[in-house]
Design a protein around this ligand. Sequence first.
Ligand code: 2NL
Length: 346
Amino acid sequence: MIDELKKEIEGARRSFVHELEHIQSPEKLAAVKERFLGRKKGQVSLFLARLKECPPADKPAAGQAINELKAFIEEALAGAARAAEAPAGSAAEWRDHSLPASELPVGREHLIADIQRRIEDIFLQLGYEIATGPEVELEDYNFTKLNIPEHHPARDEQDTFFLEGHDDLVLRTHTSPMQVRYMLAHPPPLKIISPGKAFRKDDPDATHSPCFHQVEGLLVDRGVHFSHLKGTLEAFCRSFYGPDIVLRFRPGYFPFTEPSAEVDISCFLCAGKNSDCRVCKGSGWLEILGSGMVHPQVLRNCNIDPEEYSGFAFGMGIERVAMVKYGVPDLRLLYENDLRLLGQFG
Ligand code: 2NL
């Protein structure tokens, strides 16, 4: 009640300041004075009348807030009246430069950029480098070098954008081709993440978009094995989702990793204890990552000897992370630039 009233009082103060800034004549000034200080229907009187409804404990604070508003308005009006008496009656004289400035809305990073940066920060702390590159890619890097052969269904024109007149180019369908570029340019050991946009010819719905965002990671060195992958993803998930998170690895399939694993985390809201949980729908697990040991053929394609080196890789969709972590029900909401939605995430 008191919080609500205080909010309304602050709202009234702001609209008063706004109106006062736009006054251009003595008549307008009188009208504003009446609207805010009028004896019966003035805003201050209306607030005072509501004191009756206040619980006794809140009355002193409410009364004080209303009185402060009244004093603020009286002082500002007196200043405006003095300004009005200034010589040369141009509109500018009605500006009272002693008034507080109206507040400018402060923006923030988009939720997608914010999540991407937080993921990057965690991997930077683990010693990874960030590798970014082109969104228009060689078909060879996007598919062939990643062990996705010519007639693999993932290359289907149905789900890939080709570039007219350039049949060796595609909009990358994942950020992996940047990791191929990195391996071709740097001998191991290497430790990178590749964040950025990826494109698939999907019809938009609650969980699909023709442009989405990904973070992929890659580590190649001598003697790298599956437990390094597990430890790394566990460190990441505990840092990003919470210290008590447990991981579950399920067998999966990607052409570029062998073996491959889908990774679930224990539900960060209910930890599997609530059969009606709105986050995990009662299953206790959330599917959030794909991963595996880099396929020896992919290493060979990138001039790395799989007899000498091994590596792990993983990938996650940022929109999916946003939906899971912040309960965004439809990823299209993330692209509508509605500040009422985007302003909600701390
Ligand atoms: C997912 C799964 C994955 C990779 C991405 C990768 C990259 C190279 C070599 C081998 Cl260069 N693997 N990336 C590996 C496994 C899974 O992403 O669900 N992404 C949204």
